[in-house]
Write a protein of this length. Sequence first.
Length: 281
Amino acid sequence: METPSTINDFRSIIQLLWAQGLKQEAFLYEQEAIKKGHYNIGSCHTEEILEQFVTHDEDMITLKNDIRVLQGVNYPVLIRGESGTGKEIIAQALHGSRGPVVDGQLTRGRFVARNCPSLSTDLMFSEFFGHKKGAFTGAINDKIGAFQYAYKGTLFIDEVGDMPLSMQSMLLRVLQEKKITPVGSNEEIDVDCRIVCATNKPLEEMVSKGEFRLDLLHRLTVFELWTKPLYQRPLDIEALIKKWDKRGGFKVPLKKEGDYYLPGNVRQLEAMITRWNILGK
């Protein structure tokens, strides 16, 4: 294969490898291209993502400004807030401009998201750290873990409060030493990605109950971002209805007079308006 000379050359070769099912080769080639500043995965910029945040709330405007500052800081960030308040969008915005500019091109790795409640403990180790062929029953090929897959990018760990204590210990080690060991391997691999976590759980209470590690909490809370529930932002509810209601006449259900009932926050409101637009109810 000829030595590529442009970013488009790198992209074409990597896409060809993926198309041929040569995932391991494509990943390693991609990793080297990013390292040399020749490849950029994704195109979303922080500001493009923040445009999705329709808000007139002072706390949320402050949050958006904090994201702009923190997107260039290579430290862990913990995003806290209720379900449906846009924590993953915040993580994507933090990732948006990650990576150096080389020859006028923005270079960065992937945004990789993993949801803790969806993974069993055994699967979680393989999913995050990868494994070697034959490491366990069913491991018929080598697997690249999320930490390695997010090289020069961002690993978003959603609902970190649901992570078992055994995995919490491993995450703490990654944050401290920047190294991982795939399941079934004796070889350590350097980790070069930003860790962004999210939770809707009271981690401090979990620490007091022995359900979450205090030292890990300290590592994750170097920077914290708090999202505000939608039902506490009435002006934003009105703005989102205006944006999404194509049929007209949509009304948000009230728990009591003047108190919006939206436990699912933005996600719930969008689903309700989508149903209204199609069915009128």
